[in-house]
Design a protein. Sequence first.
Length: 559
Amino acid sequence: MLPRVLPRSFRNLLVTIFGLLTLLVSLPLYLYSSSVHRQQLLVDRQENLQSLAMATAAVLAENLVERRREIELLAQTTAFRNEPFSSPNISAGLERLKRSYQHYSWIGLTDTTGRIRAATGGQLVGVDAAARPWFEHGRQGAHVGDLHEAKLLAKLFSSDYPGQVVRFIDFASPVHDAEGNLRGVLSAHAHWRWAGYVLAAVVPASAARESIEVFIVSRDNQIIHPEQGVVDPRVPDSDDLVAHVFQDWGGSQPYLTAAHAVSEPSGDTLGWRIVVRQPRDVVLAEVRGLQRMIFVTSTAAGLLFLALAWIVAARVSQPLARLTELARRVEGGESGVDFDVKAHSRELQVLSQALGSMAQTLTEQKAALLAANHELEDKVAERTAELSRLNAELQSLARTDALTGLANRMHANERLTGEFGRYRRTGTGYALLVMDIDHFKRVNDTWGHPAGDAVLRHVAAVLRATLRTTDFIGRIGGEEFLVILPATELEQAVSVAEKLRAAVEGAPVEPVGRVTLSIGVHAPTPADADEDKALHDADQRLYAAKAGGRNRVVWQLAD
């Protein structure tokens, strides 16, 4: 019986309707905040992060171009083009440029062989820098080098940055004389801390409160700023970034991510990009707040509506409850029930009068109906019993072999299916015996079909008398029988088969005399796909018994 789902009273029904209406109003709002508003928020936040990435990349590129331009302009001054490398004007020019930008750590001038001839503070003068990348590139034109650890300058600045790896950005430009011949290379090394100053000037102060992080990422997808303290350092590739989708950074939660390439300051290919990220929990905090507000507001409104509905429904439902109670009394067999109920509406008054008239009519008809029911029940019981008997006979005829009284092929198929299914479920084995009367055609040809029928009935009787009551036996062909031995192992089944063969052989029948059986035995195994396969295996052993000379039991096929 299905459980009752609808409310049992008008009051409960009305309250339920109000509750559903509240749900229908609040659910779309909740879904809006979960889907539409969430998606719009992601679009807005993605645009903000992308704008920040673009602005940061632009400022960083502009700063690189400005530093490169400073070196180019200094290399084109008269002193650097014409005066000797030892000229005080060259040293003064280097010092002025270093003081103009706080992050220049070292600026030097080499000759065409790479020997440093002048430098700020006199540092590294006379050192051969021909193997440095900035010298090689600076000979060809203006150059901005990728971030690298200090080589020549490491010892010079080790005391200024104890315990830190000193890294620089190189800016270089060729120096030509008045005739355009190469005189040397002018190079400046800017300490990498300048990247932090650049980002601090661009990234808004609210970024920290909103957990927005800005990274400078190198060509090989490594974070080069900030240099430490970065959580979840697996930076997504640019090709993997999908707008409005949270990216996996290898940590406990994904991030909304935006990226923008840093424009190249010269012919060099730094391959830098600015990557900005914001945690999912922070991005979706506004959505969750809106969802909480909708939930609290909807719950409060729903409770208020339910209370009002309960009060209003009570005034309407009380007369209905009283009418229901009186109707139940009539239903229980009580007579003379008075349906005079105080109602607040004309409809309920009419309903009360109608129910009173109906109760009186039902009482009068009840006696006549009871008498008719008794008579009808007697006839139905008689017909039902007769129908059951006929059905049982019909079912028996449909499942029984008319000649031998054994189960027929249809019944045998049902039993085969049932036993195989039980074996699959429980693992309890069983055995199949397929047997055939030897030379049965000779019996029919010699003594006629009546004698053949007598042999079939005789063999069936011997088999039935020899088997257990729990065993199944059926005739599945002309002279072929099937025995199913439940909960029987192969060795036991072979013993039973031999017993059956001996019993038939030892009970001659007139006028034929001695009758023999060939029997194939098989105990189904997990290798059998279904009951038909198991029966086929038993048949194969029966054929082997026939081929082996008949009047024998075969349970194992020769290799």
